[in-house]
Design a protein around this ligand. Sequence first.
Ligand code: FMN
Length: 340
Amino acid sequence: MPPFATLLAAGGAVLAPMAGYTDAPFRRLARHYGAAWAVSEMVSARALALGDDAGLAISAPHPGERDVVLQIFAAEPAEAAAAARRLFAAFAPAALDLNMGCPVRKVVQRGCGVELMRDPRRAAAIVGAIGAAVPVPVTVKTRLGLDRVAVREVVAAVVEAGAAAVAVHGRTAAQKYAGEADWDAIAEVAASVDVPVIGSGDVGDAGAYRRARARGLGVMVARAALGRPWVFRELLGGRAPSPEEVVAVSWRHARDHVAWYGGERALPRLRGQLSAYAERLGVGRGPFVRVATLDDLADAWRTGVGIDPREPRVAALDPFDHTLPRCPKLVRRRERRLAA
Ligand SMILES: Cc1cc2nc3c(=O)[nH]c(=O)nc-3n(C[C@H](O)[C@H](O)[C@H](O)COP(=O)(O)O)c2cc1C
């Protein structure tokens, strides 16, 4: 992977990590539309260190996927290092990312996620341990603080420990996802370190993207990309999709999801994104939250907007000429466990 500064200079926003969403099929679409790189959803370092395979399943890149950054949450340097070694051995990712922003109770209770912001020395030790364990850069994703803006000390510590880039979600843990992201505070963090800083929060149009870039900041996009992977093209000044393209992209996403996870029984997990695609075209979510088969999805589009994804003129808008293969064996093991 080229250095983060080079990737950012080439333009394009980064697909932010989102648990339950930023898997291989979705990352492929985001990258196709211009995402500078993409981050997988967080997985537990402890579970990986103890030999559990679920984290490998969640993180698995698709064959040929480049510039993938795999995110872990951790509380202990040794566990983080062991997890990093497993992920590197399995997938040789471009970088490993440490989650220091998740405010969810079951993560925080284990001393992980945003809890690490309380202890810059521990955060730095974890970054150092990952860096010593694997021959790829380590990045960090954090928030502005716990209940007030207090992020510079911990960012200085992780950069000192070797973090090659830092993503900052412009809210405190107490804010969760409410209120506006504070990009002035993100810019202050960037001014205090000499590694690339990537801001996260509320970017969904070209104006917001350009304003952040004009301040020398990288940009991450999370919620605005759900059911809208072409947002990365729009941020770069590209056109909005036609209704036919929206249908074609959702169809590609669903078929890749089915292929990657090995069958239509995985489709219910995509319903959130399928309804997001529907909302982009102003169609009610109703039929999309009930999709159980690819035929159901085709019917939902035909009824909702009069467009059949299988029509040749729509199929011609499919961004890829091949379907993703089945995910690696270790992912299949997890699927079997879930099905049991
Ligand atoms: C459903 C969901 C899942 C998320 N999962 C993660 C995660 O696994 N790791 C992480 O660092 N941030 C996670 N985030 C936070 C996002 O990466 C991002 O920082 C936040 O949503 C703000 O950006 P946005 O306004 O573009 O959505 C998640 C956010 C959402 C909405």
